[in-house]
Ligand binder design. Structure first.
Ligand code: SAH
Length: 431
């Protein structure tokens, strides 16, 4: 896979390096490397992950030179606005265009929209906004699900403690390091998410060891997605070299959160405080919520969007709730894909510079088109599951996950083909 383009450092402003990609400049954070103007680097998620030699960089850039501008033209063409918004929508669009924050009733108007043509106009507008602010830059992260043991009991989640039917697995430290190394050095991923259930077998010391060993061998942005742990654990992981976290607050409604976590140690305030703490520590923070949880109202959904924005996340990560047969919510309804696409578009209108992820759960709602539809409604980031086949099926947070029957290679090839067909390129999105 070749899903990252190196850029040239054109300026250094303290911790920030300005990186040039064929004339486009992005600000990125440099924590790890001694850099000077003229150096070539790979950046991911707004963080410099690796310095590369000029000779190597020029080889890669040579390959990309024409392709980059070709892709840009494709993206521009696809992102041209068509469709005439009605007066109400026009007002909302004008506001978003000027960078004003939409109010609750405007967001509600968008979320409630049912007319197919209007929805299409909204998605196109959101996609156009993405194109204007961030051009065709996109990021692809690899995700490794390293343990499905969990001491939590979230009512929506298939790997909850009380699901006694699930066969549990846990990778040891060597295995995690070896899979991560393969992902970076052989498959060329520059950002990896290490995800698990809330599994205290991985003590802070073990997590630190994993991070240090991976960071020593690979230039990669490491995201930790391990749930609620102590502040100290997140601090130690940061010091060890992790620079990203993925922690959703799941729902902004504390009562709903409580109902969904009966017999569970999960606590809404603790989780929210942790998200804020990780941001303060300097992590790249991906956060968000579940759409369509039983008991979630339209008001809740608006609050979910607003809370995400107020946390000033580096990446929006939200997806549809999909009922799992071995959970108390097995009989719940699955939300329709349009709602998820509308929420993507709303987030883009609220935050034109955002990195918005197309989650696997969205892909699962429409295995053929979900990813494409998400990317055309305002999203610009993707994850590819690189968990080895022998474990992937057991990380069953919800059933029939997209991509589960395909090999890692098939998933990568398919994703790259889709991104190129939409004119997206792997320049970093910056901060
Ligand atoms: N233990 C980690 C990772 C949890 S799994 C943590 O607590 O953050 C990652 C995400 O999967 C969760 O945050 C949740 O939003 C999502 N998820 C869980 N069950 C789901 C379901 N049934 N449908 C869709 N998404 C689900």
């Amino acid at each position: 896979m070749c899903y990252a383009i190196p850029g040239r450092v054109v300026e250094i402003k303290g911790r920030i390096a300005v990186v040039d990609y064929f004339g486009e400049h992005r600000n990125v954070l440099n924590d790890f490397i001694d850099l000077k103007q003229g150096d070539y680097v790979y950046a991911q998620g707004g963080i410099v992950v690796e310095k590369v030699s000029e000779k190597y960089a020029k080889q890669i850039l040579d390959y990309w030179k024409d392709k980059f501008f070709q892709l840009k033209r494709v993206d521009q063409k696809i992102s041209e606005r068509k469709g005439k918004p009605n007066p109400k929508l026009k007002n909302i669009f004008e506001k978003a265009e000027k960078g004003s924050i939409l109010n609750r009733s405007e967001i509600l108007e968008l979320i409630r929209m049912e007319n197919k043509n209007e929805m299409e106009t909204l998605f196109k507008f959101a996609n156009g906004l993405r194109q204007r602010y961030l051009k065709n830059a996109s990021c692809v992260h690899g995700i490794i699900e390293f343990s499905n043991y969990c001491i939590s009991n979230c009512a929506y989640c298939g790997i909850r403690k009380d699901n006694k039917k699930l066969i549990r697995y846990r990778m040891d430290i060597d295995e995690i390091v070896q899979i991560a190394e393969h992902a970076v050095n052989d498959l060329s991923f520059k950002a990896l998410v290490l995800q698990s259930g809330e599994d205290p077998w991985y003590t802070t010391e073990k997590l630190v060891e994993i991070i240090k060993r991976v960071r020593k061998k690979c230039g990669v942005l490491l995201f930790m997605s391990i749930g609620t742990r102590s502040f100290n654990c997140y601090k130690k992981m940061y010091e060890a070299g992790a620079r990203g976290v993925l922690i959703r607050f799941e729902t902004s409604n504390p009562d709903l959160y409580k109902n969904l976590h009966i017999n569970s140690k999960s606590d809404f305030n603790k989780r929210l405080e942790l998200i804020k703490y990780t941001k303060k520590l300097g992590y790249v923070v991906a956060t968000g919520f579940l759409i369509g949880l039983p008991g979630q109202t339209e008001e809740d959904l608006i609050n979910d969007v607003m809370l995400t924005k107020s946390l000033n996340p580096d990446m929006y990560s939200f997806g549809p709730f999909i009922p799992h047969p071995e959970t108390p919510l097995s009989k719940a309804k699955t939300v329709d894909i349009e709602t998820v696409l509308k929420v993507i578009a709303v987030c883009r209108l609220l935050d034109p510079n955002a990195k918005i992820l197309v989650t696997t759960a969205l892909e699962t709602l429409d295995k053929k088109n979900g990813k494409r539809l998400g990317l055309l409604s305002g999203a610009n980031s993707l994850m590819i599951n690189i968990t080895p086949e022998r474990y992937k099926k057991l990380y069953s947070i919800y059933p029939n996950r997209a991509g589960i029957d395909k090999s890692v290679k098939e998933n990568i090839d398919e994703t790259l083909e889709l991104l190129y067909s939409l004119g997206r390129a792997p320049t970093d999105l910056g901060i």
